[in-house]
Write a protein that binds this ligand. Structure first.
Ligand SMILES: [Zn+2]
Ligand SMILES: [Zn+2]
Length: 244
């Protein structure tokens, strides 16, 4: 199945297009499962210096914004269900820029999936990414645009054990095939490395974890469906289970 589980719309601010335009474009490009995964802090309109009357006020405001976004995407999923499957996701960062983090008291478990990003960096506030995945509570949680073999090595972890623990919690790993103006047309080296790393491919298959492909699009003019389609076909050929 051709699937793209990483995309941004105007909800993310860094994204330009409406969710409906992103979905229509995906249909035209032959994508069969499209995931919208806007940034948490974009959806809740969190900005530096935003003042809330109280924590309770903040929670209500955030929950309302999340609900509005979720219902918007779900309405579109229903509208286009004969042409494409659409999932509603949310991307959550581990880097604190003063307005970016998911507050402990906010519930994101209703989303079809969430993507956790930037937890591999030294500035990350997330120590245990699998514990954080559990806290998110979504049916599926993905590790976005990161070099998983390098992460496992840097933490001194055992590959099979870590992958097994991912599997137990339904945590998947994203191959991010982004190539756009937003990221200065840089490709992710870890994606190329993965397809040549037969030992890691075998470990992934043995563990039973799932993988996703994401273009991480922000502007439709830059969308390159062939990159998504090729990566999906490569995973299929290797018999690596994808998210769907
Ligand atoms: Zn990201
Ligand atoms: Zn993203």
């Amino acid at each position: 199945m051709i699937q793209d589980l990483h995309s941004h719309t105007y909800y993310s601010y860094c994204g330009k297009d409406s969710p409906e335009a992103v979905i229509k474009n995906a249909i035209t490009c032959g994508i069969e499962l499209m995931g919208i995964s806007d940034h948490y802090y974009g959806v809740v309109m969190n900005r530096p210096g935003v003042a809330y009357e109280s924590d309770e006020h903040r929670v209500i405001t955030h929950n309302n914004a999340l609900k509005r976004y979720f219902e918007h995407i779900k309405t579109l999923a229903d509208k286009y269900k004969d042409y494409i499957e659409v999932w509603c996701g949310i991307e959550i960062t581990a880097i604190d820029k003063g307005f970016t983090l998911l507050p402990d008291c906010v519930d994101v478990s209703m989303f079809d999936y969430c993507l956790i990003e930037n937890f591999q960096y030294r500035e990350s506030v997330i120590d245990d990414v699998l514990a954080f995945a559990k806290r998110c509570g979504c049916e599926r949680v993905g590790l976005a645009h990161m070099d998983l073999p390098a992460y496992i090595l840097s933490k001194g972890l055992d590959t099979d054990t870590f992958l097994e623990n991912m599997k137990k919690q339904n945590v998947f790993w994203e191959l991010n095939v982004n190539y756009d103006s937003k990221h200065n047309y840089r490709e992710h080296q870890y994606v190329k490395d993965f397809f040549e790393n037969t030992a890691f491919i075998d470990a992934v298959k043995k563990s039973g974890i799932k993988m996703s492909v994401g273009f991480d699009g922000h502007v439709l003019e830059d969308y390159d469906a062939d990159r998504v389609i090729n990566a999906c076909h490569k995973l299929e050929k290797l018999s690596v289970p994808m998210i769907k």
